[in-house]
Design a protein around this ligand. Structure first.
Ligand SMILES: NC(=O)c1ccc[n+]([C@@H]2O[C@H](COP(=O)([O-])OP(=O)(O)OC[C@H]3O[C@@H](n4cnc5c(N)ncnc54)[C@H](OP(=O)(O)O)[C@@H]3O)[C@@H](O)[C@H]2O)c1
Length: 220
């Protein structure tokens, strides 16, 4: 068994993942999913801010379990071991703690970095993370029944290719961005098209559109 996986992405009308004004509508829709965890791409976390404060003593401790704590666990695949900025988000307003997904090719020095700071990590896959296996572990060991994505497309495209996305939620922003920014489905490679069924659509703030599709199955 694995959690329900909801791809949630804000795009411009022409499909770009950046270049529009972020109105916070993305999170209005995201918060409705009642997800237990958020699955970020490592590039998304890597580029989340230009500068980060240095680590403190607190960066090395696992946050305490507090009753009624509704903050989500943030899950991030980082098979190359690039992320050294996790302390910025850990135990913050929206992030309870991290679970890092690594593979058998992740540098030992990075695993040591994670261990020294008491981050949970899951090792699956030889080169990149084996997401099917990692999701099973999140379900079985961490009781995760719903996980939503926060990715600029590379990660969600891999998950779609592997048949691991159950719903696609798009928030469409009222603008065209053009070729200067990446597109949400730019790396999606499919042998066969995937059939979708619309679950809902809704006008938000007069000019944004939320559309949610259920992923049916690969078409032959
Ligand atoms: N509009 C939106 O809703 C939205 C949401 C989030 C972010 N963003 C924007 O999107 C940008 C980043 O997006 P992105 O698409 O470049 O990166 P991303 O979504 O962060 O995806 C990168 C992730 O994909 C994994 N990956 C890459 N190739 C893989 C493969 N062949 N097999 C398995 N896993 C693979 C990487 O894992 P490894 O690290 O293990 O290689 C990494 O964790 C950010 O700058 C942000 O501005 C937009």
């Amino acid at each position: 068994m694995r959690p329900k996986v909801i791809m949630h992405t804000q795009i411009s009308l022409d499909g770009c993942v950046r270049g529009f004004i972020d109105t916070g509508i993305y999170y209005v829709v995201a918060n409705r999913f009642n997800a237990d965890m958020v699955l970020f791409g490592s590039e998304t976390i890597y580029t989340a801010a230009e500068q980060y404060p240095p680590e403190t003593e607190k960066s090395f401790s696992k946050p305490l379990d507090k009753p009624g704590d509704n903050r989500l666990m943030w899950v991030v695949p980082d098979s190359r071991g690039r992320l050294r900025n996790l302390h910025v988000f850990r135990d913050s307003e929206y992030c309870k703690d991290f679970i890092v997904l690594v593979s058998r090719s992740t540098p030992q020095s990075y695993l040591e970095y994670l261990r020294e700071r008491n981050y949970d990590y899951i090792v699956t896959g030889d080169d990149h993370v084996d997401y099917a296996k990692a999701l099973e572990i999140l379900y079985e060991k961490y009781n995760c029944s719903i996980i939503r994505t926060d990715s600029g497309g590379i990660l969600t495209n891999v998950l779609l290719e592997q048949g691991l996305i159950d719903e696609i939620s798009l928030v469409i922003s009222p603008c065209l961005v053009g070729t200067g920014e990446p597109h949400a489905f730019r790396s999606l490679s499919l042998a066969n098209s995937i059939a979708l069924k619309m679950i809902s659509f809704e006008l938000l703030d007069d000019d944004h559109l939320s559309i949610i599709y259920k992923v049916l199955r690969n078409r032959d």
